[in-house]
Write a protein that binds this ligand. Structure first.
Ligand code: F6P
Ligand code: MG
Length: 484
């Protein structure tokens, strides 16, 4: 095929995107409202997973105002989606967050020359754009009264959910820490090249399935559900569920890079979710550093609360603190008032690499822009995309993109035939020469790079006990490792 297909839209019949816009977004907003109610009903902020800040009278008033804005947005999306045009961000909002201008440009271009009835609404909008817009709109509510109640500007509405899911991940984080510290790390200096290659594939697979824990999909997950996803047995069982596996190609690339510039290689991880997923990314980083495969690993995080579970710098700090806490995991570990020695040691190892500058973090605003990664290119007209491309092209040996949303952005969330090549779906980035590795458990409609016949088979299989067979790739049960 030669043409570029259109993007997925919220009104595309029988897609997961349509279902998400109609059903899942109102639920996500309701969860935000419930968590605001919870925070406001405990002004002392001293509950488990609270931040200890005592709400002033003004904090409370502004908090109530934020809550009513969230309610209004929920009602718009739930009940008035076809009549509510997506409003551009105001000048005042753009003064506070300048990158919101890109969203207005997108809207303007979409609406230009269209009749009023055809302008972008929640009902007909581009799925990727409106989804990101929604999270940025939510964030403006918290930023609106900065001078009166600055507390809310750094408040993370998804914090309760992120922290309680990390608590439920005790089994996974403990098992993986023990495996790394006791089985892998002491042997890293003694192993052969082929063993190193096998371990690389193992840690890539761990980081891949780490993405299966996504709070926006797992809203009612139990401890057992999370255990079933995160353990090593689960990974072994799921090996045939990796439909495209380019990890060997990425290994060969990495080896060639490190041979040509010894001691200078850097891996970049464009992260996705907090909790177990970012922990699995940190363990991948430890392996790459401790085995001297690479010299530094840079983590790219989000600069604001985003897509429910996405990881911010404060979440990494909290994770390290939680690993050292005598009580954080006690409900699941069964040990009260006792620091878990394995998790404590793990936290120290990670901190040591942070201290020496081998693990670094940045939270560039580009990662929360509405721009897809076709703008991550040497001739991009998107300023942030161009800046990020130039930075990565100059410094990185391999850029790992974690998770589903990053995959949607890489493929521009377009309605590609599912056998389209990975390279083609990447657009300008695919031709740019930047080495890209995507680790994605499939949670959305877009899907490329499948061998002929695979989609048909899976549609038939999934269709046996589900309404839409083509939604197999939205279930999080299959995954891909794609390299270019
Ligand atoms: O709608 C599906 C979705 O909620 C998208 O927002 C996103 O693509 C994905 O799930 C989130 O998953 P991940 O955390 O892996 O990006
Ligand atoms: Mg995410």
């Amino acid at each position: 095929m030669t043409g570029i297909p259109p993007v997925f839209t919220n009104d595309l019949k029988d897609t997961f995107g349509q279902y998400t816009a109609q059903v899942r977004w109102p639920i996500i907003l309701q969860n935000c409202i419930d968590d605001m109610t919870k925070r406001l009903s405990n002004p002392a902020g001293d509950d488990e997973n609270d931040d200890g800040h005592v709400l002033s009278l003004q904090d409370k008033q502004v908090g109530e105002d934020i809550k009513s804005k969230l309610e209004k947005l929920r009602d718009e999306i739930k009940n008035k989606s076809s009549e509510t045009q997506i409003p551009p961000f105001t000048a005042e909002e753009i003064t506070k967050e300048q990158d919101l201008q890109v969203f207005n440009d997108y809207l303007q271009e979409y609406n230009s020359g269209k009749a009023e009835s055809e302008k972008m609404t929640w009902k007909n909008g581009d799925w990727l754009f409106t989804e990101i817009y929604m999270y940025r709109r939510i964030h403006t509510f918290f930023m609106a009264q900065e001078s009166v109640a600055p507390y809310w500007c750094t408040f993370d509405i998804f914090n309760y959910l992120k922290q309680s899911t990390l608590q439920s991940s005790y089994f996974g984080v403990h098992e993986l820490s023990k495996f790394y510290l006791q089985t892998i790390k002491p042997n890293l200096t003694k192993i052969s090249d082929s063993e190193l290659e096998e371990l690389y594939e193992e840690f890539i697979t761990i980081a891949l399935w780490g993405n299966a824990t996504d709070l926006s999909l797992l809203t009612n997950a139990t401890m057992d559900d999370i255990k079933a996803i995160q353990g090593s047995d689960a990974r072994k069982k799921n090996i045939e569920k990796i439909l495209v596996n380019d990890s060997l190609k990425s290994w060969k690339h990495l080896k060639a890079e490190t041979a040509s510039a010894p001691g200078k290689s850097k891996i970049d991880i464009v992260c996705d979710n907090s909790g177990f997923e970012v922990f699995s990314d940190l363990v991948l980083a430890l392996f790459l550093l401790d085995s001297h495969l690479v010299s530094t690993v840079e983590f790219h995080l989000k600069n604001l609360p985003y897509m429910v579970s996405d990881v911010m710098m404060k979440d990494v700090d909290l994770l390290l603190k939680d690993f050292e806490s005598p009580n954080f995991f006690s409900q699941h570990s069964g040990n009260e008032n006792a620091v878990d020695p394995v998790l404590f040691e793990m936290s120290q190892c990670i901190k040591q690499h942070i201290k020496t500058g081998k693990i670094t973090f940045n939270s560039h605003r580009y990662w929360t822009s509405c721009a897809d990664y076709w703008t991550l290119a040497p001739d991009s007209t998107d300023q942030d995309g161009l800046e990020m491309y130039n930075y990565l092209a100059k410094t990185s040996s391999l850029v790992i993109f974690k998770g589903d949303l990053n995959y949607r952005k890489l493929t521009a969330d377009r309605q590609w035939p599912r056998t389209t090549s990975w390279k083609q779906s990447l657009g300008p980035l695919g031709k740019s020469g930047l080495p890209v590795l995507s680790l994605r458990t499939c949670k959305a409609d877009v899907m490329v790079d499948l061998p002929k016949g695979v989609d048909e088979k899976l549609c038939e299989l999934w269709g046996k006990d589900h309404e839409h067979g083509s939604w197999w790739c939205t279930s999080g049960k299959w995954a891909v490792v794609c390299f270019n």
